[in-house]
Design a binder for this molecule. Structure first.
Ligand SMILES: Nc1nc2c(ncn2[C@@H]2O[C@H](COP(=O)(O)OP(=O)(O)OP(=O)(O)O)[C@@H](O)[C@H]2O)c(=O)[nH]1
Ligand SMILES: [Mg+2]
Length: 319
């Protein structure tokens, strides 16, 4: 993926760097929140539920001295469903294509088997710089943070030999602590290259995907147990309403929400449709802000039985 685009004759400014860095880690370790903090705008949805991110998302950081294309990934875990397996494979493919890897470990959770499993996989890649990012630094006091940094350092030496991780950076996406330092470190690991994306481009997510994600984020709010994992959102069509002036567009956005069981359908819709209306209202505001246009959001809930385990349905839902 790292292009050194010299063929078009434009020599990069002296010292300018550009390339790809991936954020990996267990589910819920703050990868997407950190991606948004680095980009300076929301490009990835986040939630308190594990496995919020389901595909790789590119967020682009523009600076005077370089451009960093951040690839946010689904949390890595021991897969229990075909969906989980697909997501792990997706991350493995991504690792092969980037210039640097940021391994996210939260400050407020002890290093566990899940982290060790990922560390070993990263060590096996061998030829890429891996930095350890200790996320959510705001959640612990100085001493606990120091202890976690030492534990993370020890893990690096255990899997990579005595040099350990290329760097270890504590950050907080919540209060901005060290976010710029992290960008400095990552840009320093990028190859000399002209910019890979036009100025101002913050993500290369297609609009329909962003819309589906904003709806999934709104729908995840307040649901419990297995439902978050059972929910998939697909934008069916986005149609400009006729007769509207170009400078005041109005779009009809039709969307299907898929769940795995009829009981889940009832939860998503809520009593008399109240819950679905609330999801629609919240998502609509976020989508209108994204598109800069008014929309009518038409949400339909459908049952796709056990889609997480069904190869055919997974393909249909975009996995
Ligand atoms: N206090 C605090 N909370 C954070 C920080 N970063 C993330 N969180 C919270 O941690 C939870 C998980 O954040 P996400 O960014 O969705 O985590 P993720 O690693 O992308 O999760 P998956 O996509 O499921 O793998 C959310 O509730 C966030 O608000 C931080 O710097 N400080
Ligand atoms: Mg995420």
């Amino acid at each position: 993926m790292s292009k050194q685009n010299k063929s078009d004759g434009e020599a990069p400014d002296a010292g300018y760097r550009a390339g790809f860095a991936v954020l990996v880690g267990r589910p819920n370790t703050g990868k997407s929140t950190l991606t948004n903090a680095l980009v300076g705008q929301k490009v990835a949805i986040t939630s308190a539920k594990p496995q919020t991110t389901r595909h790789t998302i590119r967020g682009i950081v523009h600076r005077e001295d370089g451009q960093l294309i951040l690839v946010d990934t689904p949390g890595l875990h021991r897969p229990r469903t075909l969906l989980g397996k697909r997501l792990n494979e997706l991350v493995a493919d991504t690792l092969a294509e980037v210039d640097a890897i940021g391994f996210c470990l939260p400050a407020n959770e002890k290093i566990g088997p899940g982290d060790k499993f990922i560390a070993a996989q990263l060590a096996a890649i061998g030829n890429k710089p891996v930095i350890a990012i200790v996320t959510k630094a705001d959640t612990v006091d100085r001493q606990a943070l120091t202890e976690q940094l030492l534990a993370v350092d020890a893990l690096g030496r255990e899997v990579l030999g005595e040099d350990g991780w290329r760097d270890i950076v504590p950050v907080s996406a919540a209060d901005g602590f060290q976010v710029k330092t992290l960008a400095d470190v990552l840009i320093g690991l990028m190859p000399p290259s002209p910019p890979l994306y036009p100025d101002g481009h913050l993500t290369d997510e297609p609009e329909a995907v962003m819309i589906a994600e904003l709806i999934r984020e709104a729908a995840l709010e307040g649901v419990r147990d297995e439902l978050p994992h059972s929910l998939a959102v697909v934008v069916d069509e986005i149609v400009p309403r006729e007769g509207r002036p170009d400078d005041k567009p109005f779009l009809d956005v039709r969307v299907n929400l898929y769940v795995e069981r009829p009981s889940q359908k009832a939860i998503i819709i809520g009593k008399g449709g109240a819950r679905l209306r609330e999801v629609g209202t919240n998502a609509r505001k976020a989508i209108e802000a994204l598109l800069g246009a008014r929309i009518y959001l038409d949400l339909h809930v459908k049952v796709a039985k056990d889609w997480q385990r069904d190869p055919k349905q997974l393909v249909k839902l975009g996995f």
